[in-house]
Design a binder for this molecule. Structure first.
Ligand SMILES: [Zn+2]
Length: 493
């Protein structure tokens, strides 16, 4: 929202600034598109066998300074198999994820080709979750390769990121995706069942999915064509500069839509009894972040009611929201915040989950405060009580309790991950907010968004933007919280 100004020239200057900022974001988007790898996936879903069959081509370039003998891809779909060492959910969520009993899934490859020639690929990694594609003679820096994968994904009957259930078919983390390269090495981290154990680079996608015409589909990207052939519809999507590609299909979806800025916001639902209010939340959060952080650069955003074992799950241009969740609207706001932090600005969600989770949670609290739905102070009091109590209980039973904000693999339980990432993460951002004030907080966050969009940002970049705008005091707050040396006020209420 703009304030009315008395002088026309002020309006003009503001308008010119807006155009300049929009051009800047468009330039960054164009650069990201130009530098992104190209995924083309031609897929079909058999809803009787619950199998996705696909032919996938990746045109990729080695942008590191190292030569690779092989290209590595995550095959998260293989984590759903019966003989996986680690389940995709912690034990406490098992019943929620598998309400109809045990069910399994996997991915099997019919062929893997490089430059059109079949190669002897291997499935490796800590839990058979990495596809290794050999490159004859090595893939040197700045050299490109074209990889073709033909495969089938068997879906499990589960309320999880990937699987089918009574209401929806969830296709999250369903196709082989290139491992992120960090310091010249592929990051082959496994599918931890704590947090969102993913890190990926923005790329360009052309995806087609054929399935029976009774399904309505929500997807990353823009629908460019839909063709009906004997009762099956092929939907063709295009998505530029996104870091993943997800879909949810249902025979029960109703869709409502609205426009926010340059983005069409769609809400797909089947059980929500106040769909307009849920769409209000998504649109309100988008307006709030467009105004305070920076403009969402994609033309589509889909909020999707689905069956899921946690509160919600973020993907580029798409948020899965758990049907019947007690905090449904908060989840809509939280997952919408992820469109900025996870989606546009990426981070390593395994080593620094607070960068997107803590921030999205805190932005949700700020938004709820701005609408009058819930005062910030009340949510912060709740966070303080939760964190102090949690640490206090640990202190009674253990010596040298680890208060650091850690890699997801280093938390002892899912609840510890949640307390340290969401709750303590919110307290950390709130301490910065209270210390530097709202103006500088938003200015620093906007600078971080502008600087880091379409990249995988290290923690030092986020902290550096706050240090630049707010001074060393803000940087010290982040460091103290991350290192477990924070001082959180005594809870009196
Ligand atoms: Zn989240």
């Amino acid at each position: 929202m703009k304030k009315f100004a008395c002088l026309l020239c002020v309006v003009c200057i503001a308008a010119i600034c807006c155009v300049a900022l929009a051009a800047c974001t468009a330039d960054k988007m164009n650069t990201a598109v130009k530098n992104g790898d190209e995924y083309t996936i031609v897929a079909a879903y058999d809803d009787q066998a619950h199998i996705v069959s696909a032919v996938q081509t990746i045109k990729m370039k080695n942008r590191s300074e190292n030569c690779f003998d092989s290209v590595k891809l995550h095959i998260y779909a293989n984590q759903y198999r019966q003989d996986a060492e680690n389940s995709v959910v912690p034990n406490v969520y098992h019943t929620k994820a598998y309400p109809n009993g045990e069910s399994w899934g996997d991915i099997t490859f019919d062929s893997v080709k490089v430059g059109g020639a079949p190669v002897a690929y291997t499935v490796e990694g800590a839990d058979c979750d990495i596809l290794s594609v050999p490159i004859e003679g090595g893939l040197f820096p700045d050299k490109s390769a074209e990889i073709e994968l033909t495969y089938q994904v068997q879906l499990a009957n589960t309320h999880h990121r990937l699987g089918y259930n009574d209401n929806t078919v969830n296709l999250g983390n369903w196709y082989p995706i290139l491992c992120h390269v960090d310091n010249g090495c592929y990051t082959e981290s496994p599918y931890y069942n704590v947090g969102d154990p993913f890190v990926s680079d923005v790329a360009n996608y052309n995806v087609s999915m054929t399935l029976p015409e009774k399904y309505v589909v929500a997807s990353t990207g823009e629908l460019v064509e839909a063709t009906n052939n004997n009762g099956n519809v092929t939907y063709a999507y295009k998505a530029d500069a996104v870091r993943d590609f997800a879909m949810v299909a249902s025979t029960n979806f109703t869709k409502i839509a609205r426009t926010v800025g340059n983005t069409q916001v769609n809400y797909f639902y089947y059980a929500d009894t106040d769909a307009e209010a849920s769409l209000d939340t998504a649109c309100g959060m988008m307006e709030y972040l467009n105004k305070n952080v920076g403009t969402y650069p994609y033309p589509q955003y889909n909020v999707v009611e689905t069956e899921f074992c946690y509160g919600g799950m973020e993907y580029p241009n798409l948020a899965m929201i758990t049907s019947g969740s007690a905090s449904y609207r908060e989840a809509v706001a939280h997952e919408t915040a992820h469109q900025w932090f996870y989606g546009v600005v990426g981070n390593d969600q395994i080593t620094n989950a607070w960068m997107d989770e803590g921030l999205s949670e805190y932005l949700t609290y700020l938004y709820l405060d701005s609408t009058g739905a819930m005062p910030l102070s009340r949510n912060m009091l709740g966070c303080t009580q939760t964190y102090v109590t949690y640490v206090d209980v640990l202190d009674r039973y253990y010596e040298n309790v680890d208060r650091t904000m850690r890699n997801v693999a280093d938390y002892n339980s899912d609840s510890e991950y949640v307390v340290f990432t969401y709750v303590k993460g919110s307290l950390m951002f709130n301490t910065v907010y209270e210390t530097v004030g709202a103006d500088k907080f938003w200015k620093a966050l906007a600078a971080y968004f502008d600087e880091a969009q379409f990249s995988v940002a290290p923690a030092s970049q986020l902290i550096g933007c706050f240090a630049d705008v707010c001074g060393d005091e803000a940087a010290n707050i982040f460091t103290k919280f991350i290192e477990g040396k924070e001082v959180i006020g005594k809870v009196t209420d």
